[in-house]
Design a protein around this ligand. Structure first.
Ligand code: AMP
Length: 404
């Protein structure tokens, strides 16, 4: 029997999310176990583990570091007969946030690859160190097993220079590797393919605008299966209004806050990444709460919603112009998949562009990709649930999986 399982690991600075996926099982059965370790290094660490055929088990107490976290995960998997020493495990797939221009494809990890991910830390100081710890720990646990890095940036490396470069002094930009890299790439890749499939067409035959609206949010313009523009840039801060990030603003706001506001670079970093966006505008970053408050006539929630939608609409218009012809607009992630009001507001008034939402279709909830535009629309509007773990598993398995 060939090994058919992939363990997908997404290591954050104080958390590890994981899924053990069987690549040969039917869609509803393929997730053998999913789980999350939170608050690593604190007194109140927590591991929640849900096997496919059983209830959720929760362990609390001190999980000192990522090594302890992965060992705890391995022990939980072993309890379900899914231990990491199983011959069925084909590979471990790691989410790595920043691959710079060095990694355009998923890559089998060796010491050279690790060194390059480390070299990229200056452009991803929040994410790459945590991803590296996860990789090193997993390699120590199973040194013989292929491990693959799947990069959030890789899907966007096809952007032309006209979209990827900022209009900065070229020498300065190059010296510091400043350019637009884009993120959420595994999601944009997965949703692009799934949208083409929903339309019954090959990815190479369609032009798409993908709107990944979660707590972080990004838009991408995809021509014939390749990304030609995306809204996040050097870091995930650029672009759309997000849960806690500002998205686009005049860079002079930063000097102003330094010179007039007396703030340090670190304080401004925290302000723009953690205290801006929806939470900065109205005190809530959860769209459910904002919609509820807006429904009750709360003015701050209403304004936050309007700013969010205004920015989204600008990106839809911009990417329509970049692509020239658009076959579909796809909504995905927490807000995009669930918030019918956001979808309706984002395309309201865009009938001249061939974009519209059918109220009845838009109100339907579900886990399957679906069209929400009226029958016969020039441009399809779709809800396409994302699945980043499956995408990471698929890319990992394609690189290492062998029939045997
Ligand atoms: P994600 O980052 O993709 O997990 O998305 C998380 C966000 O999705 C949350 O912060 C909420 O704002 C949003 N969300 C989740 N469920 C709903 C819902 N039913 N209606 C509106 N927004 C939702």
């Amino acid at each position: 029997m060939a090994a058919t399982r992939v363990l997908v690991l997404n290591s954050g600075s104080s958390s590890v999310k994981y899924q053990l996926i069987d690549m040969r099982e039917a869609r509803g059965r393929r997730r053998l176990a999913v789980g999350l370790v939170e608050r690593i290094g604190e007194q109140t660490s927590r591991l929640r583990h849900t096997p496919r055929d059983g209830g959720t088990r929760e362990t609390t107490g001190v999980i000192a570091d990522h090594d302890a976290a992965l060992k705890a995960v391995a022990a939980e998997l072993a309890r379900d007969g899914l231990g990491l020493d199983s011959p069925d495990l084909a590979a471990i797939g790691h989410r790595v946030v920043h691959g710079g221009m060095s990694f355009t494809e998923p890559t089998v990890i060796d010491d050279t690859v690790l060194a390059e991910i480390e070299r990229l830390i200056p452009v991803a100081p929040l994410h790459n160190p945590a991803n590296l710890i996860g990789i090193r720990t997993a390699r120590a646990l199973r040194p013989d097993l292929p491990q693959v890095a799947v990069f959030d940036t890789a899907f966007h490396t096809t952007m032309p220079e006209s979209a990827a470069r900022y209009a900065l002094d070229t020498e300065t930009a190059d010296a510091h590797r400043i350019r637009r890299y884009g993120f959420h790439g595994t999601s944009h890749a997965y949703v692009s393919r799934a949208t083409a499939q929903l339309l019954g067409r090959a990815p190479e035959d369609v032009n798409l605008i993908v709107l990944h609206l979660g707590n972080g949010a990004s838009a991408s313009a995809v021509r014939a299966g390749r990304c030609v523009d995306t809204s996040m840039g050097l870091t995930p801060l650029e672009g759309l209004v997000m849960g806690t990030r500002s998205g686009d603003l005049d860079p002079a706001v930063i000097f102003h806050l330094m010179r007039v506001g007396g703030m340090s670079a670190d304080e401004i970093d925290t302000l723009l990444n953690k205290k801006s966006g929806l939470i900065g505008l109205c005190g809530d970053n959860d769209m459910r709460e904002i919609l509820r408050r807006r429904g009750e006539g709360d003015e701050r929630a209403k304004l936050a919603f309007d700013i969010y939608i205004h920015r989204l609409k600008k990106y839809i218009g911009a990417y329509y112009a970049v692509l020239g012809h658009v076959d579909a607009v796809a909504f995905t992630a927490g807000v995009g998949e669930n918030a019918a009001e956001v979808r309706a507001a984002a395309v309201a008034g865009l009938e001249e562009l061939g974009l519209a939402v059918d109220a009845g279709r838009n109100a339907v909830r579900g886990d399957e990709p679906r069209l929400i535009s009226p029958e016969g629309s020039r441009v399809a509007v779709a809800v396409v649930p994302t699945d980043e773990e499956w995408e990471i598993a698929t890319q990992t398995y394609a690189l290492v999986g062998k029939d045997g």
